[in-house]
Design a binder for this molecule. Structure first.
Ligand code: NAD
Ligand code: ZN
Length: 356
C-alpha cells in the first residue's frame, strides 16, 4: 500500500508493506553514487544486514551506528555523523537512509538537512511510533534545556515502512506507538476510534497493524499538507501532548515512553473536554482500554499538579505563559482553547484521585 504526501518542496511516497527491506533496489533510484545508512545499535542487530544486502550494487554503501536511546539525539552524535559524511566524501548525489525509530529518523534527517545545505534522505521506520515521526518533515536533535530545540523542516524523498520489523518491538514500544495511533484516530474518525478501543495490543494482526499505520499516516499527512509550519491546524497534532511533555520532563526520559505519556495526556484531555467544556467523549471506554493494555496510568499518582502546571506553562509551544490546550468538542472535532489555571489544577487533582 502507499500514500503520497505533498509538501512545499516536493511530493513523496510512503510505502507500507511486509518485508520491503528485502527489495530496496526496486524503490530507491539507482542514480545515487553513495548511500550512508544510519541506524542505532539495537536495530542494527536485527535489520542492518538485510538492508545493506538489498541495496543496488551501483552505489557504495556505508553505515553509521549510534547507541540506541534518546540520548543519541545530541550535538555530539550529530557532529560525529557530519564528520563521517565528510570523511566518506558524500556529495550532492549521495543518499542518507534513516533505519530505525523516531530517534534515528530525527537525528539522521537533521544531518541530511544540513550537510552540504541538504542532501536526499529516506526514512525507513522500524517502530510504530515512527509512523508519526517519519512523515511531516520535522527533524531535530535535543539540547540539554529541552527536547527538539535544534532542528529544521526537511522532508524525506521517500518513506519505506517495512512493517515486518515491528515484530521485534518490545511491548512498551507497541504501547508507545499506539498512543500516537489513537491520537490520530481521535482527531479524525469515530468509527476507527471505536474499533481501536476494542483492540488488544498484544494480539494485533498484520492486517490491522498495516491498516492502523496507513490511516495514522493519512491523518498526519493531510494535516501537515495544509499547515506545514504549524501556523494553525498542525497544532491539533499536539492533542494530549501538553500534559505528556510535562510528565516526560518530570519523570525523566527513559522512565516512560513518549507515546505512553501521550496516552495518559489524552485521558486528561478527555477529562478537561468533558468536565469543563461539556463534551461527551467516551472516557470510560478509553480508561478501560488503557488499563487492559497496561498503559502506566499510575504515573499520575507520582506527579504534583502545581509542578505540572509550571512545566506546561514553559512548554515551548505555549505562547505568553498561557496554556493553550487542544481539546475535542466531540470525536474528530478538535479545537484550540485557553484553559484557566485553576480549572486545570482541579481537573488534574480529580483525575489523580480517580486513578489512585
Ligand atoms: P526510538 O527510535 O528511540 O526507538 C525506541 C526503542 O526501540 C529504541 O531502543 C530502539 O533501538 C528500539 N527499536 C527500534 N526499532 C526496533 C525494532 N524493529 N525491533 C526492536 N527494537 C527496536 O523511539 P521512537 O519511539 O521510535 O521515537 C521517539 C523519537 O521520535 C523521539 O526522539 C521523539 O522526539 C521523536 N518524534 C519525532 C516526531 C517528528 O515529527 N519528527 C514526532 C514524534 C516523535
Ligand atoms: Zn508525539
Amino acid at each position: 500500500a502507499s500514500v503520497t504526501v505533498r509538501s512545499s518542496s516536493h511530493d513523496y511516497e510512503v510505502l507500507i508493506g511486509d518485508g520491503l527491506r528485502h527489495n530496496l533496489s526496486e524503490f530507491i533510484s539507482s542514480d545515487y553514487t553513495s548511500i550512508l545508512v544510519i541506524t542505532d545499535s539495537t536495530v542494527k542487530d536485527h535489520y542492518l544486514q538485510d538492508v545493506k544486502g538489498s541495496l543496488s550494487e551501483a552505489a557504495s554503501v556505508f553505515t553509521a551506528v549510534v547507541p540506541a536511546g534518546e540520548s543519541s539525539k545530541s550535538m555530539g552524535r550529530y557532529e560525529e555523523l557530519l564528520d563521517r559524511c565528510v570523511e566518506l566524501k558524500l556529495d550532492r548525489k549521495s543518499l542518507i537512509i534513516a533505519l530505525g525509530g523516531g530517534m534515528v529518523g530525527d537525528l539522521a534527517g537533521f544531518v541530511a538537512s544540513t550537510y552540504l545545505r541538504g542532501i536526499d534522505y529516506i526514512q525507513m521506520p522500524t517502530t510504530i511510533l515512527a509512523h508519526d515521526s517519519s512523515v511531516g518533515g520535522k527533524v531535530a536533535i535535543n539540547h540539554s534545556e529541552g527536547k527538539n530545540l535544534i532542528g529544521s523542516f526537511y522532508h524525506p524523498v521517500k518513506v519505506i515502512y517495512d512493517i515486518e520489523t515491528i515484530q521485534t518491538l518490545p511491548e512498551s514500544e507497541i504501547r508507545s506507538g499506539y498512543g500516537e495511533v489513537i491520537k490520530h484516530a481521535f482527531l479524525s474518525d469515530d468509527e476507527w476510534t471505536r474499533r481501536l478501543l476494542k483492540a488488544n495490543l498484544s494480539e494485533l494482526s498484520v492486517d490491522q497493524l498495516e491498516n492502523d499505520l496507513m490511516k495514522g499516516i493519512q491523518v498526519k499527512a493531510s494535516i501537515v499538507e495544509k499547515d506545514e509550519r504549524e501556523a494553525g491546524i498542525r497544532k491539533y497534532l499536539n492533542l494530549g501532548h501538553t500534559l505528556a511533555h510535562a510528565i516526560e520532563a518530570e519523570l525523566g526520559y527513559g522512565e516512560i515512553t513518549h507515546g505512553e505519556a501521550v496516552a495518559v495526556g489524552l485521558l486528561f484531555m478527555m477529562k478537561v473536554s468533558n468536565d469543563i467544556k461539556g463534551a461527551q467523549l467516551p472516557i470510560k471506554a478509553y480508561k478501560e482500554w488503557l488499563d487492559q493494555n497496561h498503559y502506566p496510568i499510575s504515573v499520575l499518582t507520582r506527579i504534583r499538579p502545581e509542578r505540572m502546571l509550571e512545566r506546561m506553562m514553559f512548554d515551548k509551544k505555549t505562547l505568553r505563559r498561557k496554556i493553550n490546550f487542544v481539546l475535542l468538542h466531540e470525536l474528530s472535532d478538535p479545537y484550540v482553547v485557553e484553559v484557566e489555571e485553576e480549572q486545570l489544577l482541579e481537573q488534574m487533582s480529580l483525575l489523580i484521585n480517580e486513578v489512585s
